[in-house]
Design a protein around this ligand. Structure first.
Ligand code: G6P
Length: 464
């Protein structure tokens, strides 16, 4: 029996994986523990294939396929990232629905199913990841696959009214009922999906865990993604002695560091964060020349118009604020689009006085957890965290903010900068425990335990 993981992007271990996200590392660990296969897009554009290209690393087989130009445009840039991504992040204003993109989305899910089919043995367990592949389980069932199939949604699932705005909402939601287990990051996401099933798909449920829709019965559970807390903490200690971190520290010349690390995405609330920083400087001028805000923002999905527009807007905003408040010897905002390795980031988190994680909406947000794990327990930094990030359900010691409220966010940053050591330690201790409760070492096992042994009752219920 093997585990088959399917996701749009696949992280094949190599030198580049130093900058791969913690989740990719964790999935490779889950696979390495079982004999497994990871199937998905190679990241390349090319003609559609008759069979997946295989390679092996240790006990893990990677099965990759290219996408054609049309597949990439319609499935990835189109339906997944211009319809589902904004809608599932509550951004109806940015949702672009095109029938052609939907067809491409269906087609690529069928293509994945065709290429995966020959690799599925009767007792294999299949675990599908994220919104690119919502129809995949149904496409596999249509090809006669009766294996256990799980799906995990890494990003939010919105309330029923928002989801109803998707023209083909019934088809998309119904496709997930072909799974045996559907997992979400938070109780709210799972409840939103369950509400949809009951109110729109006529599902029946006794316990809000097991749902029956027509002839399909599925379980719905909550599995907040985490990080390797101990490993990340060690990496941060190591990195803090590195040349790179010492150089950055020196360049701050004793000024306090505010730090943000995010993919360039409108869900991350970056414009609002820069505006809140400006509000801080306006409202509390004592911070002029005393703090520097380092915002690290690798570019992402740059050929999608909404992302390109955002990239321009952010550069302008950072430039405007620097122009207004900066002086020859001090730049208030260092706005950087480079990618950094995980080790470098770990060291920077440890150096920062305040971590700013203020998405407008986020499934979980692992930067928040990594920031906590990286701190020096004797002198920890403070996390300013959006209440709309899934991480807010587990990181009770953070200063929670509404990222739309610039005055409130500026006030929280001020509170963080002034916070006495004892309160910082207390808050950090609570958060450290929260990060530990959802350690990544248990995440895969819990999901797969529930997938393989339904009713064993391992579904995580978050503390309220
Ligand atoms: C989010 C999604 C992932 C996605 C990642 C990077 O974290 O949940 O599924 O892989 O963003 O986005 P990209 O479009 O570059 O794969």
């Amino acid at each position: 029996m093997k585990l088959i993981i399917v996701s749009n992007r696949v992280t094949v271990p190599n030198r580049k994986s130093q900058s791969a996200g913690g989740l990719a590392v964790a999935l490779n660990d889950v696979l390495a523990k079982r004999r497994g296969m990871w199937f998905g897009w190679s990241g390349r554009i090319g003609p559609e294939q008759q069979e997946a290209t295989l390679s092996t690393h240790g006990d893990v087989t990677y099965a990759l396929c290219d996408l054609s130009e049309d597949d990439y445009a319609e499935y990835y840039s189109g339906f997944a990232n211009r319809a589902l991504w904004p809608l599932l992040h509550y951004r109806l204003d940015l949702t672009e629905f095109a029938r052609k993109d939907l067809n491409g989305y269906r087609r690529v899910n069928g293509y994945f199913a065709d290429l995966l089919l020959p690799h599925i043995a009767p007792d294999d367990v299949i675990w599908i990841h994220d919104y690119h592949l919502i129809p995949l389980a149904e496409a596999l069932r249509a090809r006669g696959v009766s294996n256990r199939i799980g799906y995990f949604q890494h990003i939010p699932w919105p309330s029923v009214d928002v989801f109803l705005a998707l023209p083909n909402h019934a088809e998309i939601a119904h496709a997930l009922t072909a799974c045996d287990l559907v997992g979400f990051q938070t109780r709210r996401d799972a409840a939103n999906f369950g509400d949809y099933l009951v109110t729109e798909a006529h599902a029946t449920t006794q316990d809000h865990v097991s749902y029956t829709v027509g002839s399909n019965t599925l379980q719905v559970g909550v599995y907040p993604v985490g990080i390797d807390r101990a490993g990340f903490a060690r990496a941060a200690v190591r990195a803090s002695r590195s040349r790179f971190v010492r150089d950055v520290e020196e360049s701050f010349s004793g000024r306090l560091m505010l730090l943000g690390v995010d993919r360039l995405d409108y869900s991350k609330g970056l414009t609002q964060r820069l505006d809140a920083f400006q509000r801080l400087l306006e409202t509390y001028p004592g911070y002029l020349d005393k703090v520097t805000f380092l915002q690290i923002t690798p570019r992402s999905r740059a050929d999608i118009p909404e992302y390109a527009a955002m990239q321009r807007a952010l550069g302008e905003t950072a430039g405007r604020i620097n122009g207004l408040y900066g002086k020859a010897s001090w730049t208030p905002i260092r706005y950087i689009n480079r990618t950094h390795t995980r080790a470098e980031l770990a060291g920077l988190y440890r150096l920062a006085k305040v971590g700013l994680v203020t998405p407008l909406r986020d499934g979980m947000n692992l930067v928040a957890k990594e920031f906590v794990a990286a701190q020096d327990p004797a002198d920890p930094g403070v996390l300013v965290l959006s209440r709309f990030a899934g991480a807010a359900t587990v990181l009770k010691g953070a200063l929670l903010v509404n990222p739309y409220d610039l005055d409130g966010t500026a006030k929280a940053i001020d509170q963080a900068l002034k916070m006495p050591l004892e309160e910082r330690i207390n808050r950090w201790t609570t958060m450290w425990a929260g990060v530990g409760e959802t350690d990544i070492s248990q995440w895969g096992g819990r999901f797969l335990g529930d997938l393989e042994n339904p009713g064993a009752g391992q579904t995580i219920v978050l503390p309220s």
